[in-house]
Design a protein around this ligand. Structure first.
Ligand code: GLN
Length: 472
C-alpha cells in the first residue's frame, strides 16, 4: 500500500487527525525550507483550516475522500483562486487568478490539503530550476546539486518530506527528469488524460499535468484523482480514465518490454548500468525483453526545440503589461510593451520567444516549424510500429544523476540535452514515467523511464510497480 493511500485511510477512519498530519509536514518545512527553497509560497494557515474541515467531516461520520488529509504541493504554474500564481516569473507579479485549475478542484474534492506553491524554471522552461526569477531550488539529497526541472520545487518538496505528494507539469520532461534526480516517482500522463484548464500554458500541444509521489501506488492514486474528462479543456479525452488498481499487483509475467536498439547515445555509464539492471530484473520477473527500433527518436530534441518555442512565443504574447501582473510605464504603448517584457521575462524565456518567433516567421515556417511537425509524425509512426512488438519500452529518464549548480547554465544546448529521452513521449502524446531504480555516481538516485502507448497507463504502472519491488 502507498504511503499516501495509508495516510488517507487513517484520516478517513478517524484514527489520525488531518490537523496533526499537516502540523508534521509544516514542521518539516520550517526545519529545512530555508536551505532547499522548494516553495514560492507556503500556505500554512490555509492548510491548517482545510485540515480542520476534513477532521470535522470525518468526526461527523462523513467521508472526506480518497486523499483525506494528504499534504500536496502544487507547481506554481497551476492557478489557485485568490492565491498568487507566478510561474516563477517577474512578469506575473501581483497576479491572483480568479479561479482554481481543474486539478486543484479535483484534489480538494478528494480531501487533499494544499501546503504550498512550488518553485519552477520560469514558465517551465528549463531542466534545473536555475531559471526561476526567485532563485534556484536545491536538491534535498545533496544541496550542492540541482533538483532537475522545470518542476524542481515539486520534486524537491516530496523528496524533502515537505509534502506527501505534489503536482508538476511536463512539456518535454519536466516531471520525469526532476523525479529521477530527486529519487521519487514522476508521471507524465497521456496527452488529454488530465485537464489542462488552469495550467498556465507553455506549449499547449505538449503540456500535461502529472503527479510526483514517494511510491508507485501513491502516484497511481493521485493520477486517478485528477484524470478524467473536463469540458473546460477541449483537448481532454472524453472516455473514462482506466483504473490502475489491478496494475499495482499484477506482476509482469509475459509482458513484452522493448529495448530501443537505436536509442540516442549520451547517457552516463552509471545510468546505463541501472537501465541494464532494470531489463534484467524484469526478465527475472517473467517479462520478455524485445529489441525494437525507433529511428526518429533521435530527432525528437531538435523538433521539440522548434515546436515548443513556437507555441510558447504565441502563448506568452498575452503578457504585455495590460492584462496581467507587471507593467513598466513608458512614453507610448509600444514602448510600454517592450519595457514590460524586457523587465518581466528572464533570459531563457526571451531566448525561447525569439527562437519561436523566428521559426514561425514568413519564409522560415516551412523550413523549421513545418519540418519539425513532420518529425513529430515520424516519431508517432515509429512508436506505433515498435508497439506492435512490445507493450512498453524502457530508457533512462535523465542522461545523468543530479548535476552541480552552474554546470550547464553557460551553454543552453547542454541543458537541452537533459531532455533527450523524455521529449519523444510528449511529441507523440504518450504516457511515460520515471521510477527510482537504485543509485549511480556519488550514490545519487537513477530513474528508469517506462514508456507506453496512448492510454497505456495500466501496463505502464504494472511495469513500474515491478521495478519498484525489485529496486533495492
Ligand atoms: N526542459 C524542457 C524545456 O526546457 C522541458 C520543460 C518542460 O517539460 N516544461 O523546455
Amino acid at each position: 500500500m502507498g504511503r499516501a493511500v495509508e495516510l488517507a485511510a487513517r484520516v478517513r477512519s478517524g484514527e489520525v487527525r488531518a490537523a496533526d498530519v499537516v502540523e508534521g509536514y509544516l514542521s518539516a518545512i520550517d526545519a529545512r525550507e530555508a536551505e532547499v527553497h522548494a516553495f514560492n509560497l507556503v500556505l500554512a494557515e490555509a492548510a491548517r483550516e482545510r485540515a480542520a474541515a476534513i477532521d470535522a467531516v470525518a468526526a461527523s461520520g462523513g467521508d472526506p475522500g480518497p486523499l483525506a488529509g494528504v499534504p500536496v504541493a502544487l507547481k506554481d504554474n497551476l492557478c489557485t483562486r485568490g492565491v498568487p500564481t507566478t510561474c516563477s516569473s517577474k512578469i506575473l507579479d501581483g497576479w491572483r487568478p480568479p479561479y482554481d485549475a481543474t486539478v486543484v478542484e479535483r484534489l480538494a474534492a478528494a480531501g487533499a490539503v494544499v501546503v504550498g506553491k512550488t518553485n519552477l524554471d520560469e514558465f517551465a522552461m528549463g531542466s534545473s530550476t536555475e531559471n526561476s526569477a526567485f532563485g534556484p531550488t536545491r536538491n534535498p539529497l545533496d544541496v550542492s546539486r540541482v533538483p532537475g526541472g522545470s518542476s524542481g520545487g515539486s520534486a524537491a518538496a516530496v523528496a524533502a518530506g515537505f509534502a506527501e505528494v505534489s503536482l508538476g507539469s511536463d512539456t518535454g520532461g519536466s516531471i520525469r527528469q526532476p523525479a529521477a534526480l530527486c529519487g521519487v516517482v514522476g508521471v507524465k500522463p497521456t496527452y488529454g488524460a488530465v485537464s489542462r484548464h488552469g495550467l498556465v500554458a507553455f506549449a499547449s500541444s505538449l503540456d500535461q499535468i502529472g503527479p510526483f509521489a514517494n511510491d508507485v501506488a501513491d502516484a497511481a492514486l493521485l493520477l486517478e484523482s485528477i484524470a478524467g474528462h473536463d469540458p473546460g479543456d477541449s483537448t481532454s479525452i472524453p472516455e473514462a480514465f482506466p483504473s490502475l488498481d489491478a496494475s499495482l499487483t499484477a506482476g509482469v509475467e509475459g509482458v513484452r518490454i522493448g529495448r530501443i536498439s537505436d536509442l540516442p547515445a549520451g547517457a552516463d555509464a552509471d545510468v546505463e548500468a541501472r537501465l541494464e539492471a532494470a531489463f534484467e530484473a524484469l526478465a527475472a520477473a517473467g517479462a520478455e525483453i524485445v529489441d525494437v527500433e525507433v529511428p526518429a527518436f533521435t530527432y525528437g530534441l531538435t523538433a521539440y526545440y522548434l515546436i515548443a518555442p513556437a507555441e510558447a512565443s504565441s502563448n506568452l504574447a498575452r503578457y504585455d503589461g495590460v492584462r496581467f501582473g507587471l507593467r513598466v510605464d513608458a512614453a507610448d504603448t509600444n514602448a510600454m510593451y517592450t519595457a514590460t517584457r524586457s523587465a518581466g521575462f528572464g533570459d531563457e524565456v526571451q531566448r525561447r520567444i525569439m527562437l519561436g518567433t523566428y521559426a514561425l516567421s514568413a519564409g522560415y515556417y516551412d523550413a523549421y516549424y513545418g519540418k519539425a511537425l513532420k518529425v513529430r509524425r515520424l516519431i508517432a509512426d515509429d512508436f506505433a510500429r515498435a508497439y506492435e512488438r512490445c507493450d512498453v519500452m524502457l530508457t533512462p529518464a535523465s542522461p545523468s544523476v543530479a548535476f552541480p549548480f552552474g554546470s550547464k547554465t553557460a551553454d543552453p544546448f547542454a541543458m537541452y540535452l537533459c531532455d533527450t529521452y523524455t521529449i519523444p513521449s510528449n511529441l507523440a502524446g504518450h504516457p511515460a514515467m520515471s521510477v527510482p531504480f537504485g543509485s549511480g555516481a556519488d550514490d545519487l538516485p537513477v530513474g528508469v523511464q517506462v514508456l507506453a502507448p496512448a492510454l497505456g497507463e495500466p501496463v505502464m504502472f504494472q511495469v513500474a510497480a515491478e521495478l519498484e519491488r525489485r529496486a533495492s
